[in-house]
Design a protein around this ligand. Structure first.
Ligand SMILES: [Zn+2]
Length: 775
C-alpha cells in the first residue's frame, strides 16, 4: 500500500454519487468490491480538497482533472452496458470479474450503440419471451435469479404508483385529456393572436365579418361572454363528517365521487413513507438512479454529435423561438426591481395627489406617504425602497415570507403590490399589464402566475375575480394558479377564523356555488376559465408537530392555535378539489390540478404527500435525499418546476442544486423564476434563469430546448395551444408525439428518454409477474 497511486473517480458530491477508488496495485478481489455500488463510500461533503494528496499532485489542471474524471465515468458506464454483449447467463452484465475482456469488446461496439438502444427496446416491447430479453438487456441486475428482495422492491414500486394513480384518477387530475378545456370544442376568449405570417390566411382563422383588421388583437370584453345559467341543477353539495365538500345527485342523494377520507389518506401516506425508509429499498432505488445517470452519460458521449446535426438540420427553430413557460412564478413578484422602481417614481411624479392608502385614521396621498417615509422621488432607489427584498429577506425565509403575510404590510407594498387595497389594486393591475405586454412582445415566453387566496373571508374570490375582469388582465401569455398560504395559525391568533373549517369554507364555498350556477358569480366564472389549479405556499422549513398517531381531527375540530402540518393542508385542498372537479366536469367547466410548492425545505415527507395528491410540484430539491421517492417521481414523470436561482438565495447554493442531476436522469424538470422581483436582474427573468443554468451546467442547445419542451408539457395551457407549441400529437408522448419543427428537440433525444423510461417500466412488470407467478 506504500505505492498508492490512486485513480479516483469522483462525481459531484451533492448528486449523492459514489466516491469510488480503484487501487491499481491491489488484487482482483478488491477490485470486485469496488465495482459494486453498495461498497462505495458515500461521502457527504467531499470536494476536490478531500481528494488524496497524490491525486492533487498530478500535473493536471482542475479542468483537466474534471474532464478525465468524467471520461472515466463514461467509460465505466460504457463498459457496464456492453458487458451484456456476451449474452452469457453465467456472466451477468454487471459482473465485475470481466473488466479485461469487456475492454476489448467495448472498443469494437461503441460505434453500433445507437442502433442497439432501439433494437433492445423494440424487442422488449414485444414482450415475446420476456426472460430472454432481460438476459440481453443492459437493465438486468447482478443476480442470476432475482432475489426475494428485488421482487419485493419492484412490487413496492408498483404499489406506490398505483396509490398515486388512484388519487389522481379520483380527482380527475389525470389523464390530461379528460379536462374539458382540453377538448377540441373548448373556446378561449379572447382567442390567441394569429401567427403574423398567416394573418391573411383563412386557413388559421377567418377574418372578422365586420371588416375588423385581422392583425388586431381582440380586446377582452366582459359583455361579450355568455354566462350560462343553471337554475335547476341535478346536483347539490354539502360538507361531510370530515368537513370535505361532497357533491350529491338530487334524485338519489348519492355522492358523485368517493374520495379517500383523512384516515385512508394518512394510512396510504404511512405505507409509502415506511417503504421509502426501508434500507434495502433505498439502496435499490439509489442504484437504479445511478444507473439512469450513467446511461445518460453514455448516451451523451455517443450521440452528442448526432443531436447537434439533427437540430442544425431543423429549419427556423432555435432556443429563442421555441415556447417556454415559466411554470412557477408569483404574481406579486413577477416584475423585476427596476420595473417596479420606475413605476413608483413615475406615479410619484404624475399622481402625487392621488389618495392611495388609509392609515392611522386618515387617508394619505402618494406624496404624503413618501413624506412620512422621509423620501423624495430622487432619493428612491432599489436600496432605499422600503422592500428589503434583496437584502435581509434574501437569506431568511421567515423574512422573505412576510410578503405573503397579510398581517403587517409595509406601506409601499400595500399600495403597489396588493390587489385588494384602498385603490382597488389599480397600480398592481397597471404593473401586471405592463408585464403582460413585455411577455407578449417576447411572444415565446409564457407565465403561470400565482395569485393569493388566503381563506380569511368568503368574499376574497369575488374581489379577486372582479379585479382581474375589470382591469381586463387577460393575456395569451398568462394563466393563473391560485396559491393558498398555510397561515391558519396567524389568522387564528388574529381572530379571523375560529377553526380550520372556516378556511376550507372560504376557499371552496364560492367555487361550488359558481360551478353549480355560473350566474351566481359571473366574474368568478370568467376568471376561473383561466385558472389552472391550486398551489400551496409558505415556509416549508417551519417546524411541524411530530406526527405520532396520525389521528388528526377533521377541519371543524382543528381549533387550537397550532398550524396543521403540510400533509393536512394538502389533503383538504386535494379532497375538495376532487369534489369540485367532478361537479365542474358535469357542467363542462375546466377542472383544476394541484401543483403545490413542495420539497424546498423541511420534512422530505412533504414529497410523499404531494406524490399522492398532486399533479406536479414546484422545487423538489429535497428529492435528492429520498432516492426511493425520487425514483417514483421519475417513473411517473411528475413535473418539477425548479428554480435554482431562488434556491441559491434561500436554501441551497447553486453548485449543490440537484437540478442538472435530475435532468440527466430524465426526471421531468423545467426551469422557472419563482420571484423575479427578488432574484432577477434583467427584463427577461426566464431567459436569465435558462442562461445561468446553461453557463453553469454547460447545457447544450438541445438540452435547453428539451427543458423548454418540458415546461410546456408541465404547464396547464389548453390542449389546442399546446398542440400549436409542441405538435399535434404531443399527448401521445415519446417520438410519436415529438415534432422537431416545433420543439427543436431531436427525435434521438426524445427516443432515448422514452426507451429509458420504458426499460424501467418493463423491469417493474417483469418482477411483478414473477411475484404473481410465485404465489
Ligand atoms: Zn415560489
Amino acid at each position: 500500500m506504500s505505492r498508492k497511486s490512486v485513480l479516483t473517480m469522483q462525481l459531484d458530491k451533492d448528486n449523492e454519487s459514489a466516491l469510488y477508488s480503484h487501487d491499481d496495485a491491489s488484487n482482483e478481489e478488491e477490485e470486485e468490491e469496488d465495482d459494486d455500488d453498495y461498497h462505495h463510500n458515500f461521502n457527504q461533503d467531499s470536494d476536490d480538497e478531500a481528494l488524496p494528496k497524490s491525486y492533487n499532485s498530478a500535473h493536471f489542471s482542475a479542468s483537466e482533472d474534471k474532464f478525465m474524471k468524467e471520461h472515466d465515468l463514461k467509460a465505466k458506464a460504457c463498459e457496464a452496458l456492453h458487458n451484456n454483449g456476451t449474452n452469457n447467463s453465467s456472466q451477468p452484465p454487471f459482473s465485475p470479474s470481466s473488466p479485461k475482456n469487456s475492454f476489448i469488446k467495448r472498443r469494437s461496439s461503441i460505434i453500433d450503440m445507437p442502433q442497439r438502444f432501439h433494437h433492445v427496446n423494440a424487442q422488449a416491447s414485444t414482450r415475446s419471451n420476456i426472460r430472454n430479453d432481460f438476459a440481453s438487456d443492459p437493465n438486468i441486475l447482478p443476480e442470476d435469479y432475482p432475489s426475494e428482495e428485488l421482487i419485493e422492491f419492484f412490487s413496492n414500486v408498483k404499489k406506490c404508483l398505483e396509490f398515486r394513480h388512484k388519487y389522481l384518477d379520483i380527482s380527475l387530475q389525470a389523464p390530461e385529456s379528460i379536462n374539458p378545456k382540453n377538448q377540441p370544442d373548448w373556446e378561449i376568449y379572447p382567442p390567441p393572436p394569429k401567427p403574423t405570417y398567416k394573418s391573411k390566411n383563412r386557413f388559421n382563422q377567418l377574418p372578422k365579418e365586420d371588416g375588423q383588421d385581422v392583425n388586431e388583437r381582440e380586446e377582452f370584453d366582459f359583455s361579450k361572454i355568455e354566462i350560462p345559467e343553471i337554475l335547476d341543477s341535478k346536483y347539490y353539495y354539502s360538507l361531510d363528517d370530515e368537513d370535505v365538500y361532497q357533491v350529491h345527485e338530487k334524485k338519489n342523494d348519492k355522492k358523485i365521487v368517493k374520495i379517500p377520507n383523512l384516515h385512508d389518506y394518512y394510512s396510504d401516506l404511512n405505507t409509502i413513507s415506511r417503504i421509502s425508509s426501508d434500507g434495502p429499498t433505498k439502496s435499490f432505488a439509489f442504484k437504479r438512479l445511478q444507473y439512469l445517470e450513467a446511461k445518460w452519460n453514455m448516451y451523451y458521449l455517443l450521440n452528442e454529435f448526432e443531436e447537434t446535426k439533427q437540430s442544425k438540420r431543423n429549419p427556423h427553430r432555435d432556443f429563442y423561438n421555441v415556447r417556454k413557460v415559466d411554470t412557477h412564478i408569483h404574481h406579486s413578484a413577477c416584475m423585476n426591481q427596476k420595473h417596479l422602481l420606475r413605476f413608483i417614481k413615475y406615479k410619484l411624479k404624475t399622481e402625487p395627489n392621488k389618495q392611495v392608502i388609509f392609515r392611522d385614521g386618515k387617508i394619505l396621498t402618494l406624496a404624503e406617504v413618501f413624506e412620512s417615509l422621509n423620501l423624495t422621488a430622487y432619493d428612491l432607489s432599489i436600496d432605499t425602497m422600503d422592500m428589503h427584498a434583496h437584502t435581509d429577506t434574501f437569506h431568511r425565509f421567515d423574512k422573505f415570507n412576510l410578503k405573503y403575510n397579510p398581517i403587517g404590510e409595509s406601506r409601499l407594498r400595500e399600495i403597489f403590490l396588493k390587489t385588494d387595497n384602498f385603490i382597488d389594486g389599480l397600480y398592481l393591475a397597471e404593473l401586471t399589464k405592463q408585464v403582460m405586454e413585455d411577455l407578449e412582445s417576447s411572444k415565446y415566453q409564457m407565465t403561470e402566475l400565482r395569485i393569493s387566496i388566503y381563506g380569511r373571508s368568503i368574499h376574497e374570490w369575488d374581489k379577486l375575480a372582479a379585479w382581474v375582469v375589470d382591469n381586463k388582465l387577460f393575456s395569451h401569455n398568462v394563466r393563473w394558479l391560485v396559491q393558498v398560504p398555510r397561515l391558519y395559525d396567524v389568522y387564528k391568533k388574529n381572530g379571523n377564523v375560529k377553526s380550520f373549517l372556516d378556511i376550507v369554507k372560504n376557499l371552496f364555498e364560492p367555487l361550488f356555488e359558481v360551478s353549480l350556477n355560473p350566474k351566481s358569480h359571473p366574474k368568478l366564472y370568467v376568471f376561473l376559465q383561466r385558472v389552472i389549479g391550486f398551489d400551496s405556499v409558505d415556509d416549508e422549513s417551519k417546524a411541524e408537530r411530530p406526527i405520532q398517531s396520525r389521528k388528526y381531527p377533521p377541519a371543524g375540530e382543528w381549533n387550537t392555535t397550532i398550524n396543521p402540518p403540510y400533509s393536512y393542508y394538502l389533503y383538504y385542498l386535494y379532497a375538495n378539489i376532487a369534489s369540485l372537479n367532478h361537479l365542474r366536469l358535469k357542467n363542462k367547466m375546466n377542472t383544476f390540478v394541484l401543483r403545490p410548492h413542495c420539497g424546498e425545505a423541511g420534512d422530505p415527507e412533504h414529497l410523499i404527500s404531494a406524490f399522492l395528491t398532486s399533479y406536479g410540484i414546484s422545487h423538489g430539491i429535497l428529492l435528492r435525499k429520498v432516492p426511493f421517492i425520487q425514483y417514483l417521481y421519475y417513473l411517473d414523470q411528475i413535473g418539477l418546476a425548479m428554480s435554482p436561482l431562488s434556491n441559491n438565495a434561500l436554501f441551497l447554493t447553486y453548485d449543490k442544486n440537484p437540478f442538472y442531476n435530475f435532468f440527466k436522469k430524465g426526471l421531468n424538470v423545467s426551469l422557472s423564476t419563482d420571484d423575479p422581483l427578488q432574484f432577477s436582474y434583467t427584463k427577461e427573468p426566464l431567459i436569465e434563469e435558462y442562461s445561468v443554468a446553461a453557463q453553469i451546467y454547460k447545457l447544450s442547445g438541445v438540452d435547453m430546448c428539451e427543458l423548454a419542451r418540458n415546461s410546456c408539457v408541465q404547464s396547464g395551457y389548453e390542449a389546442v395551444i399546446k398542440k400549436h407549441w409542441l405538435g399535434k400529437n404531443y399527448l401521445k408522448g415519446g417520438i410519436e408525439g415529438n415534432d422537431i419543427e416545433k420543439t427543436n428537440v431531436p427525435d434521438i433525444r426524445v427516443g432515448f428518454r422514452e426507451d429509458t423510461l420504458q426499460c424501467e417500466k418493463d423491469l417493474i412488470d417483469y418482477y411483478n409477474k414473477l411475484a404473481t407467478a410465485e404465489k
